[in-house]
Design a protein around this ligand. Structure first.
Ligand code: SF4
Ligand code: SF4
Length: 368
């Protein structure tokens, strides 16, 4: 396992995320399968991973308790635990912090984060008194390093980054969001301020573990022996401010593959990065529907479906997974399962989009 110095300690470059642990058959999110998940933690410890990420809300509040128990068999100074304060989940930061120490069964948290900074909660975090409280906990030795995780816009991220002296920050960073999101700007904001970056969503919740056939074949031709997810991590190794790349590993195969990727520091070359970005563009174009939002189709739909808005949800669904179908709740008018397959929309569509098939696909995925 390759490591990297962080202040006066050494961290593994691969970190274990604990929000996608195996759960018991038929169980809910909080029903972690302690045996299976414990095997993953043991494999992590045996293979040099020493950074374990969690949060107050992960697995309905059960993640911290599980991680604390799984790591208790190892010396406390052989691993680093993280957790986060989430103002929406429980605004009472004192109570949250006390609960977290109890759940983990420890007297200090190594890496503590303000959780999921966003454009709509920055003022809560800046003005509710939590930051001075956590700084006090740091002075008392109950927190070793203080940082934040962000899903905010680059402007808000910059504002928050300048509000305090942060030890580190955690952002969503992967080659897809570098090309099609704001990850590059976010990384540069942190790099300019010399704030080490912990990476979340290295493989975008698993979405970058399986690309389209064409995109994958480009990568496999170049390196038949590399797994598809390993490209994401090897790309991250190019970025000098990246401290730890987190992966929410749900089974032994995933952790074995990731540990193999971090057996050395070999990053992608410039040529390999260009190839990866070509594969990424192919993947992006193949999964997305190229609706321009012109609305030529809308007046003709007998089901009253707001087709361009529904197609935006379709694109999220293809990139993020079935949970993104929740976005349909925010769309007024008919739903995909109201489509009668008349094809009037496609006749009007300058992009020649096969709308009825997409509606059917969404309806099926939604169980309608
Ligand atoms: S095929 Fe479906 S979405 Fe298209 S116009 Fe007909 S009912 Fe509306
Ligand atoms: S006509 Fe085609 S491109 Fe225009 S809004 Fe409808 S689906 Fe989208």
């Amino acid at each position: 396992m390759v490591t990297k110095q962080f202040q006066n300690i050494t961290l593994s470059r691969l970190g274990m995320g604990n929000m996608r642990l195996p759960i018991l058959p038929g169980g809910k999110d909080g029903d972690i399968d302690y045996e299976k998940a414990g095997q993953i933690i043991d494999y992590a410890m045996e293979n040099g991973i020493n950074y374990f990420d969690s949060a107050y809300v992960y697995h309905s509040g059960q993640s911290e308790r599980f991680v604390g128990q799984a790591l208790r068999r190892y010396p406390r100074d052989s691993y680093y635990i993280t957790t986060k304060y989430n103002v929406r989940a429980n605004p009472d930061y004192r109570e949250t912090f006390a609960q977290q120490l109890e759940r983990y069964g420890v007297d200090h948290i190594d890496f503590y984060l303000i959780h999921a900074l966003g454009d709509n909660n920055i003022d809560d975090y800046l003005h509710n008194g939590c930051i001075p409280f956590f700084q006090q906990m740091k002075r008392e030795g109950k927190i070793s390093y203080f940082g934040f995780s962000s899903h905010a816009s680059p402007e808000v991220l910059a504002r928050f980054a300048d509000a305090e002296k942060w030890d580190f920050a955690q952002i969503q960073l992967n080659y897809f969001d570098w090309n099609y999101g704001t990850a590059k700007q976010e990384y540069e904001i942190l790099a300019e301020r010399n704030i080490p970056v912990m990476v979340m969503e290295s493989v975008r919740g698993g979405r970058l573990a399986k690309l389209t056939d064409e995109a994958e074949s480009l990568l496999r031709q170049a390196h038949p022996d590399w797994s598809i997810p390993s490209w994401a991590f090897r790309w991250l190794k190019r970025l000098p401010m990246v401290q730890v790349a987190l992966s929410g590993m749900s089974n032994l195969e995933q952790i074995q593959d990731n540990v193999a990727t971090f057996a050395d520091d070999r990053a992608l070359t410039d040529e390999e990065e260009a190839l990866l970005f070509r594969a990424c563009a192919l993947f992006h174009d193949q999964v997305r529907v190229p609706c321009t939002g012109c609305r030529y189709c809308c007046d003709t739909c007998p089901a009253g479906i707001n087709i361009p808005e529904v197609l935006k949800v379709y694109n999220s669904f293809k990139l993020e997974g079935a949970w993104a179908l929740n976005g349909l709740k925010n769309v007024e008018g008919g739903m995909p399962w109201d489509c009668v397959g008349c094809g009037a929309c496609t006749q009007q569509c300058p992009q020649n989009i096969g709308v009825p098939q997409l509606m059917e696909e969404m309806a099926k995925a939604a169980g309608k």
